[in-house]
Design a protein around this ligand. Structure first.
Ligand SMILES: C[S@@+](CC[C@H](N)C(=O)[O-])C[C@H]1O[C@@H](n2cnc3c(N)ncnc32)[C@H](O)[C@@H]1O
Length: 372
């Protein structure tokens, strides 16, 4: 690639993981709206970087453009307008080299991929996020929006931004945070100025769970009737834990993110490592008590909910599954097993715990408890 930031290190394996999750989500998000027909959608990359790393590996903005390119035929056919906002700013630097590299890299891309250039409007912005966010918020509120917040550290994960995003109607966001900063500095006045977290509770579990616990604390900050759902994906880098916080209100968005996360890690769907030590759980401990793996535990909980009649159909089962950070197939396996074991019965062969059955086709199936 002609435009590279030679001052930057190459992306490491964990950065690539993060970028792949970002791009997988763009790949799922773009067609969802494009296929709806004529409308305007927006993609915001507030911390866009330079476009490529030192070795020419694409960063988030080029990956966004690539994902738009994959849908180019549908975008033209369905007359969808895509507005892309790419911001890069180096605080305290007079010469905004990274911003220039970003603009050059993307313009070069659009020169080569003229179809993408015709399908989108692109705005290159060189502003401090703090100043820019309130200016772009009306656009985030107005259109279906995909927002990337790939900050260094944690500074911009404050109530101010999180609660503003919570109020938007059709925004899906992916925040990147260095959760290990929290572990170390969460109680310091500098941190508390941005985000007040109950550190005692956040630190109740071992360090590897910090990202999960941080999200648990963030959930408590949301209004009680919020539709916004937050999910973690932890990325371990040496002794540091970084992570993605995915946020969305629509069940389709949640379902798509969880699908991506579980494809990435089939054991826990929430980390690039074995966060719950599930690999060790096949062995019995001294007292012959088998510890349940994450999926097994979920199935057990779901079974309890069904037997207690707190869940009695696929609509409730699907919502519960998403709320617990699982995918429909985990629930379906459990419910089929219950039928096989003559604990419940339902019409047909499938328990219909999928997005399409519940939300698109509104096909309801009841699970009836069988008395033994
Ligand atoms: C983690 S990097 C983003 C990497 C990018 N997503 C990529 O794929 O290459 C964070 C970027 O935010 C920029 N940045 C730092 N402080 C900022 C601020 N206050 N406002 C906007 N951008 C900022 C940095 O210069 C850096 O390029």
């Amino acid at each position: 690639m002609a435009y590279k930031d030679l001052h930057e290190e190459p992306f490491d394996e964990n950065t690539i993981t993060k970028l792949e999750i970002f791009e997988d989500y763009a790949q799922a998000w773009i067609p969802t709206f494009v296929m709806q027909g004529p409308l305007t959608i927006c993609i915001f990359d507030f911390f866009a970087g330079t476009g490529y790393d030192k070795n020419g590996i694409p960063g988030s903005p080029i990956r966004i453009l690539n994902k738009i390119k994959e849908q180019i035929g549908n975008i033209f056919q369905k007359k969808v307008k895509i507005k892309v906002f790419l911001n890069e700013f180096e605080p305290n630097k007079k010469d905004q080299l990274k911003f220039h590299l970003l603009r050059d890299a993307c313009n070069e891309y659009l020169q080569i991929n003229k179809d993408v250039g015709r399908a989108i409007t692109i705005e290159f912005i060189n502003e401090n996020f703090e100043d820019l966010f309130p200016k772009l918020l009306p656009k985030i509120q107005e259109y279906p929006a995909l927002v990337y917040l790939d900050q260094n550290g944690i500074k911009f994960l404050s109530d101010k931004y999180l609660l503003a995003l919570e109020k938007t109607r059709q925004t899906d966001f992916l925040y990147f945070v260095s959760a290990s900063y929290f572990w170390r500095f969460g109680d310091s006045p500098e941190f508390r100025e941005h985000l007040k977290i109950d550190m005692e509770t956040a630190k109740k579990d071992p360090y590897k769970y910090i990202h999960r616990n941080l999200i648990e604390q963030l959930r408590k900050k949301l209004p009680t009737n919020t539709k916004l759902r937050l999910y973690p994906f932890s990325i371990r880098k040496g002794s540091n834990i970084h992570g993605i916080i995915f946020g969305a209100s629509h069940p389709l968005a949640v379902y798509k993110f969880l699908d991506i996360a579980w494809r990435r890690n089939k054991t826990n769907g929430e980390a690039n490592f074995d966060i719950d030590d599930d690999a060790k759980k096949d062995q019995l401990d001294l007292f012959a008590v088998k510890k349940l793996k994450k999926i097994e535990k979920f199935k057990e909980q779901l079974r309890t909910e069904i037997l207690a009649k707190r869940i009695s159909d696929n609509f409730e089962a699907f919502q519960y599954t998403l709320d617990e950070g699982h995918i429909g197939s985990h629930a379906a396996d459990c419910i089929k097993e219950m039928k096989k074991n003559i604990e419940i019965t339902f019409d047909g062969i499938s328990p219909l715990v999928t997005y399409d059955n519940v939300h698109r086709d509104k096909k309801k199936v009841e699970y009836k408890i069988l008395k033994k």
